[in-house]
Design a binder for this molecule. Structure first.
Ligand SMILES: O=C(O)CCC(=O)C(=O)O
Ligand SMILES: [Mn+2]
Length: 202
């Protein structure tokens, strides 16, 4: 086992965000990235911003066993495909948790981003384990504590994994800011366990 196999803890308190610099074993991150860009049914969704409908600054797609409502949008899941099954197994074995769904985000270049939020929807349960796998361009991931406003920054390598757990989603928010100098794409997969019995109609 190499040093790369050992995760580092990113959070000082109030939950955990473990970071593995390399999670893919013998797999090439470039091959996986290419495969995902080709095989995933990417969608451009819109959100309401100050009463106006605007495109989300990224593409995304939802795979798995149950539907999910995210920022007011209900996503009907697509069935698992082999590459996602394979990546799910990687995430399950490193995190020790199980996942029945994955949200994929495609940041076409550094103008795409994701704003401050927590993954705290009721159907994720009280202290969700979320495994976040990154491929392609190195992008900054930021976590900000809700009370102290302490910020933790980490540039996420291609082939890396972040596993958030415990009270992380209650005590911290996270974002992927725009980085205008980045011209190459990144795909991020967040594996989640959706508790179908907790799904509410909104
Ligand atoms: O792209 C990332 O690293 C984070 C994605 C994320 O936070 C999410 O999908 O909820
Ligand atoms: Mn998130």
């Amino acid at each position: 086992m190499s040093l790369f196999d050992e995760p580092v803890e990113l959070l000082p308190h109030d939950g955990s965000a473990k970071y593995w610099e390399w999670a893919l074993g013998e797999r090439s991150a470039t091959d996986v990235l290419r495969q995902l860009i080709d095989e995933i049914d990417w969608e451009q969704r819109s959100i309401m911003l100050f009463g106006k409908e605007v495109d989300q600054p990224r593409l995304n797609s939802w795979y798995g066993d149950v539907a999910y409502t995210y920022s007011g949008i209900t996503m009907t899941p697509r069935p698992w495909i082999p590459v996602l099954d394979e990546l799910r197994e990687v995430c399950e074995s490193l995190s020790g948790a199980r996942f029945n769904s994955v949200l994929l985000n495609f940041y076409r270049d550094g103008r795409d981003s994701m704003g401050w939020h927590a993954d705290d929807e009721v159907e994720l349960g009280r202290e969700p384990v979320i495994a976040s796998l990154s491929l392609g361009a190195i992008r900054r991931f930021r976590l900000r504590h809700n009370e102290s406003r302490v910020v933790v920054d980490r540039d996420l390598a291609s082939g890396s994994l972040v596993v958030m757990s415990g009270p992380c989603q209650h005590a911290w928010k996270h974002e992927v800011p725009k980085q205008k100098s980045i011209t190459t794409p990144r795909v991020n997969l967040t594996f989640r366990w959706i508790h179908a019995e907790l799904v509410t109609r909104r």
